[in-house]
Design a protein around this ligand. Sequence first.
Ligand code: HEC
Length: 111
Amino acid sequence: MRARVLIFALLLTYGVTVLTACSGSEGYQIYRANCSGCHDTGRSNTPTLVDNVYWISRESVPLEERIAKTIAGDETGKWGIQPPRGGNPKLTDLEVQMAIEWMLVQVEKEK
Ligand code: HEC
């Protein structure tokens, strides 16, 4: 019985790791295809992933609000215009979220 529990726990851990790795690389693919044109280059004053001044200034804003802004688009930002869904209306909410998640992990790494 104990061995079974152990195997189950191992499977769970392994499974979750695989899942995380997948969504990470999917987030990266979505980012590359839809977001990097601005967020890699800093085009039209877009904050790049190493623009800590911008990212630190956003930390106090709840994540849901930041996700909603990326999905709906925002023309009122101080830095510039975030187009709705990065300009690709075909992206689902989940895909936009995966790209954001990937971005924010990179932002943390660059700090
Ligand atoms: C046309 C250029 C452009 C594209 C394409 C773009 N962004 Fe942005 N993004 C911006 C700008 C400019 C800002 C800064 C807005 C501001 O002043 O707060 C921003 C801000 C953000 C933020 C921070 C939001 C916050 O409230 O903290 C996130 C997250 C983000 N973008 C995600 C994405 C994702 C994901 C994609 C692709 C699906 C994407 N962006 C595509 C220009 C762009």
